[in-house]
Design a protein around this ligand. Structure first.
Ligand SMILES: Nc1ncnc2c1ncn2[C@@H]1O[C@H](COP(=O)(O)OP(=O)(O)O)[C@@H](O)[C@H]1O
Ligand SMILES: [Mg+2]
Length: 418
């Protein structure tokens, strides 16, 4: 274990992360072609601790309990982001991974998904143990405060990926302090989809009575290969001849897509994620390829969060995908939860105008919000009206098939807020 880590983008080194006198530094390789973050433009000068903590540290779990368990497991200091990345930074959000400098590079084009399907008992144990024995598989790191892990799904079954194979799905477990949090998130994600917001596929799964949320990763592109037919993939690389006799499920291949959350884009550390304002977001939105379109999408999500009472839409709950240097887009929406049904801090993560609570938002605040993200107030107003009309029928549609107590509470909250 050295004090340098090779930082790889789709398997190829782009720079080195060093630990010097307890502080991180990142230096791009001379031949790096593409910045890995808006906060890390290509440069010949090293980036210092503060920005490294924001971007690289921003890839790590935030849950103190989880960090403590990891620190114990790997015998490292809980605050040592470098060592944590060394320990678990193989499969992060996006396409960045961390290796020892001596480990050979392996370009990742389309990686064959390989893994061992878990038995129900194994899966149940893995999920039950998460709060005290975090499953980091082949070194998985995901931000966020909630206990979670990531897995591969092969032919509809949950599998533990083989060494160095990235995961395809995230597992989120029930939050003990928030009743039916999984069902809540499931309903909000499905509702967002019905309202025309791009969201990943989510499912509630049940293993021997234990429910969990299975979220498809949008930072992985999956192609199904069958009978060795690879004609539609330009940059297909390796051994697909051997696929000829395989059944389709064994021929799934994936590519990682670079992504970062808004806090990382700004160089803001995870602990300061609530400091980012809508005004700040404008800068990020303007870095995308089609800002005008992206701003409309952003308004849609902010209005949706307001209507469903999701107070926790902070800067790490919005992300960008970098499909190519000139193709930067918002990722699908994630982590949507009606937090307003719980007895918790009801301050909104980003103030709308001057309002700190959803209940206080006025028309004037929406105008100020529109100003903050430099969009016509009329657009915001009409989006509000549009969603107000659609949201209850859309929710009823979901609850018809998925009726539950939390669904009724969400419905009550939304209706009382319309
Ligand atoms: N479907 C997804 N695909 C890819 N990355 C995701 C997806 N959902 C969440 N993430 C990443 O994982 C992080 C944690 O997920 P999130 O659902 O926000 O968990 P938490 O409830 O703990 O905040 C996010 O900040 C984002 O970077
Ligand atoms: Mg989150």
């Amino acid at each position: 274990m050295g004090s340098e880590l090779s930082v790889r983008l789709n398997g190829i080194e782009v720079g080195t992360l060093s630990l010097i006198n307890g502080k991180m530094e990142f230096l791009y390789n001379d031949d790096a072609e593409f910045p890995i973050s808006l906060s890390l433009p290509l440069s010949k000068e090293p980036y210092k601790e503060k920005i490294c903590r924001a971007y690289f540290g921003g890839l790590l779990p935030e849950n103190p309990n989880m960090r403590e368990l990891l620190a114990k497991k790997y015998k490292i200091n809980i605050n040592n982001d470098f060592k944590l990345l060394e320990a678990i930074g193989r499969d992060c959000a996006g396409a960045i991974s961390f290796y020892q400098k001596s480990e050979p590079e392996l370009e990742e084009n389309f990686i064959k998904i390989k893994g061992r399907i878990l038995s129900d008992n194994e899966l149940k144990k893995l999920i039950e143990e998460l709060p005290y024995k975090p499953y980091m598989g082949n070194r998985i790191s995901l931000a966020g405060a909630q206990e979670k892990t990531a897995v591969c799904v092969i032919d509809g079954e949950i599998a533990m990926p083989e060494d160095n194979i990235p995961t395809t799905h995230i597992i989120k477990t029930a939050l003990p302090k928030y009743a039916q949090s999984i069902q809540n998130e499931y309903i909000c994600m499905k509702l967002a989809s019905k309202m025309g917001i791009d969201v990943p596929n989510v499912e509630i799964k049940n293993v021997d009575g234990l429910e969990f949320l299975l979220v498809e990763r949008f930072d992985r592109i999956i192609n199904q290969y069958c009978d060795g037919n690879v004609s539609d993939i330009d940059d297909y690389t390796s051994d697909c001849d051997s696929c000829t006799n395989h059944i389709q499920m064994q021929c799934l291949r994936m590519k990682r897509i670079l992504q970062e959350d808004f806090a990382q884009s700004f160089g803001v550390q995870s602990r300061d994620k609530y400091d980012v304002t809508f005004k700040d977001c404008l800068w990020v939105l303007n870095q995308t390829t089609t800002p005008a379109r992206i701003k409309l999408e952003f308004v849609k999500r902010v209005v949706f969060n307001y209507l469903i009472g999701n107070t926790d839409a902070h800067s790490k709950n919005f992300s960008l995908s970098f499909y190519a240097p000139n193709d930067i887009d918002l990722t699908p929406a994630y982590d949507l939860l009606c937090t307003s049904v719980y007895d918790c801090d009801q301050r909104i993560a980003m103030k709308i105008g001057k309002a700190k609570f959803y209940k206080d938002v006025t028309e004037k605040d929406w105008e100020l919000f529109a100003q903050d993200i430099d969009i016509s107030p009329k657009i915001v107003k009409s989006e509000l009206e549009h969603q107000r009309k659609l949201i209850i029928p859309a929710l009823e549609d979901i609850l018809k098939d998925y009726s539950c107590e939390i669904g009724n509470k969400i419905s009550e909250y939304i209706q009382s807020n319309l």
